[in-house]
Design a protein around this ligand. Sequence first.
Ligand SMILES: NC(=O)c1ccc[n+]([C@@H]2O[C@H](COP(=O)([O-])OP(=O)(O)OC[C@H]3O[C@@H](n4cnc5c(N)ncnc54)[C@H](OP(=O)(O)O)[C@@H]3O)[C@@H](O)[C@H]2O)c1
Length: 351
Amino acid sequence: MSVLLGDARVALGGAGFSLRDDRDDGSSVATIRAGLDAGIRSFDTARAYAPVGDPVHNERLFARALGPSILDVTTATKGGHYRRDHDHWGTDNSPERLRRDVLDSLGALGVDRLDLFYLHRADDETVPTRESMEALAEMRSEGLTAAIGISNASIDQLERLTSHVSIDAVQNQYDLAHPDSPVLAWCEANGARFVAYSPLGGASNAHRLASLFPALASRAELRGISVQRLVLRAVLATSPAMDVVVGAGRPKTAVEAASVLDEPWTADDASAVDADVHECVRSLAGLRGTNGSATVARTCTRARRSEQSPETLAATGSSPVEGASTSAGRAPSRGRLRVSVPDQRDILISL
Ligand SMILES: NC(=O)c1ccc[n+]([C@@H]2O[C@H](COP(=O)([O-])OP(=O)(O)OC[C@H]3O[C@@H](n4cnc5c(N)ncnc54)[C@H](OP(=O)(O)O)[C@@H]3O)[C@@H](O)[C@H]2O)c1
């Protein structure tokens, strides 16, 4: 299986650099350069991350920060999804629009060929996803982009594409409490990279990982590293097909994201993930009985994304994640809970 994002398997994502109203391009450039200097060799941008009125701001920012090094690293970008105004984003996955976006991205990044271009938001309602992906495949064969990907794709969409278009990468939301097992399995079976976005649970969860994953946090403390670094290592450990794209608002966190794969990963680390993810399942099993395992798993997922304890959610009868399905089983070799949530929400963009 080829490694699209580089051997280090960690990309630095740029959503935060252009979406924030109080953005400071100077500090974003410093953060990207700190990541580059620390060894990050893969970067992730998109048209949709732009501020109102400046649709290629994010891509230009990466071009400015990376300078000539852009030719030595992998820079992925995405199209078909764009900012309409301050609070709304639109989707146009027509072949004409995608070609225009690819040409704009080439100009903004200042390269002759893109490394990886994703359909940002698979959306069969306006244009069949197969038509959009075939348009990207055509641009790949023309040499406008080296590789193509799809983002926010469901397993149904991917299965419908399987025998028609060869897809190099799928970028979907994935974190330890919100895995996407069917899509990951599809990538493993079809030789595509699974690129996990928001691998720390997004900006709202990233700074409270120590309370969400106490067992992993103590292992990180023993090793003198941050829990965030160990959580990224844990996500990479879930599959050889897995890459991650992590956000950083400061040079320090960009530096921490580099060389994550160099962190040793042991059976004790895997057990710590297991303990953390299953801790709330065990506590709820007593409340609900064994036949509630699917609900328990969904409730745990939701509990980990909110401040509420699973007990509180169970007691109030709050509904679990909409549309979630789970086998509530776990792959013992990977030590994780299998929960699939079809609604792939772009957290940063919809906020
Ligand atoms: N395809 C899509 O639809 C889609 C959707 C969402 C995101 N994405 C991509 O995924 C990228 C990352 O997603 P995300 O930003 O939502 O979530 P994330 O990577 O899970 O979390 C980002 C947060 O993690 C913090 N962080 C990272 N390393 C840390 C460390 N070592 N110690 C402490 N804090 C650390 C950062 O803090 P600081 O800010 O303090 O540095 C940042 O706020 C985006 O930039 C974008 O490229 C794609």
